[in-house]
Write a protein that binds this ligand. Structure first.
Ligand SMILES: Cc1cc2nc3c(=O)[nH]c(=O)nc-3n(C[C@H](O)[C@H](O)[C@H](O)COP(=O)(O)OP(=O)(O)OC[C@H]3O[C@@H](n4cnc5c(N)ncnc54)[C@H](O)[C@@H]3O)c2cc1C
Length: 374
């Protein structure tokens, strides 16, 4: 019987497991993949997470990571806004950060089950039964940190799966690592019809190029990424330049599909959901990783209070839901609002044209999707 089991070893699950193990709890974490591995992600982390990650044990200051202070926003019509970011961020690949956190978790005493997929979780008489490809486990508390969409969401028919909109309105995500003359202190956000593409530096002079587009763009391009990049993304002159001249380092891009930003529950059947599994912010606002990390800190406080007898289970669940919503709801709403505005090329041109004379307003809008250091 573990004190806590965690399904999913991304940022949310790993950060939570480290905090719990350091507080003396017996923790098991199940991750279906192995470390290190690449993930579809823009790899820009808001600076609000810097101190927290260092407290977890990541030597960020020693890694000479690019610190990103400016945003360049561009449209198909060639409109641009360049703006200081209110807080800023840093670039690091998921390949590096997830694996480094997994090493810290192991050293802290977390039982890390790598290459093990969770197939079901059930609550029965005050404890959980976790079915996995490596057998059955039990725990007093169970957390779901399995990301934006998992086999378990489908098995349990979670609300956001049932509320799915038209297939071609769903989003597809694509990521490459590239090399080229990109400034280290700038994140480029290049808009195109029904999508946007972020590019910024990570470690080792590489850049992460990651875009999201509606599935209908892919269908219009005969399901060919290359054709879509040439015919649709490259209508934006900045993207045309990047796709023509950058050195692409992966043989094949990484892709994901069926990305949904529908609201989700933070506690269901006594299970605590953390990170994207609890709610996903559109990547446009570049802040999902910090939300996942901050969510792990909130969950840790509530679980610790329950396990050491200060509060009952229902109080832990209520406290987690309340604190999560207080911290994240504003950002989620702002992120969804911007995503809607950035959907079509006419609207984005109008928006940039109207905002350009008001840098303070742009700064204020960006800050609505970000939090404070925690
Ligand atoms: C296109 C795109 C670009 C983005 N860009 C940025 C950005 O620049 N900055 C930013 O801050 N955020 C960005 N995000 C968001 C960010 O990637 C997520 O918010 C973050 O990864 C959430 O972390 P997580 O730990 O919740 O989930 P994940 O990192 O997805 O981790 C979940 C883990 O659970 C594992 N798992 C799933 N199911 C099971 C199972 N049944 N059993 C065992 N293991 C399982 C998975 O293998 C995975 O490793 C982007 C997202 C997308 C889609």
């Amino acid at each position: 019987m573990f004190d806590v089991t965690i399904t999913g070893g991304g940022l949310a699950g790993l950060a939570l497991s480290i905090q719990l193990a350091r507080a003396g709890y017996n923790v098991a974490l199940f991750e279906k993949d192995t470390y290190p591995h690449h993930k579809v992600c823009g790899e820009y982390i808001s600076l609000e997470s810097w101190n927290f990650l260092e407290e977890l044990g990541l030597p960020l200051s020693d890694w000479n990571l690019p610190i990103i202070k400016k945003l360049l926003l561009t449209t198909v019509a060639g409109q641009t806004i360049e703006q200081e970011l209110p807080l800023g961020g840093f670039g690091i690949s998921r390949y590096k950060i997830d694996a480094a956190l997994a090493d810290i978790a192991k050293a802290a005493g977390v039982q890390l089950y790598v290459g093990v997929k969770v197939t079901d979780i059930a609550f029965d008489r005050d404890h959980f039964r976790i079915e996995t490809t490596a057998g059955v486990f039990e725990s007093r508390v169970a957390c779901a940190a399995y990301g934006r969409r998992s086999n378990l969401d489908i098995k349990w028919k979670r609300d956001f799966i049932r509320r799915r909109g038209p297939r071609l309105n769903n989003y597809v995500g694509v990521k490459y690592h590239v090399q080229g003359p990109f400034p280290a202190d700038l994140i480029g956000l290049h808009l195109f019809d029904n999508g946007y593409c972020g590019i910024s530096r990570v470690e080792d002079n590489n850049c992460c190029l990651c875009y999201m587009t509606r599935a209908k763009n892919l269908q219009l391009s005969g399901n060919s990424l290359q054709k879509m990049e040439k015919d649709i993304l490259s209508q934006n002159p900045y993207l045309k330049e990047i796709f023509s001249n950058a050195d692409f380092l992966f043989e094949q891009p990484l892709t994901i599909s069926q990305i949904s930003f529908e609201p989700r529950g933070q506690v269901e059947e006594h299970l605590l959901f953390i990170g994207d599994a609890a709610g996903m912010i559109p990547p446009l606002s570049g802040n999902g990783m910090s939300m996942a990390l901050h969510g792990s800190k909130i969950a840790f406080g509530c679980i610790d209070a329950y396990l050491n007898g200060q509060i009952a289970r229902y109080e832990m669940e209520q406290e987690y839901t309340d604190r999560w919503r207080r911290q994240m709801n504003r950002r989620l709403l702002a992120g969804r609002f911007f995503q809607r505005w950035f959907a079509g090329k006419r609207r984005t041109n109008l928006l940039l044209y109207s905002l350009k004379p008001f840098p303070k307003l742009v700064s204020f809008l960006i800050s609505q999707t970000h939090g404070q250091p925690f």
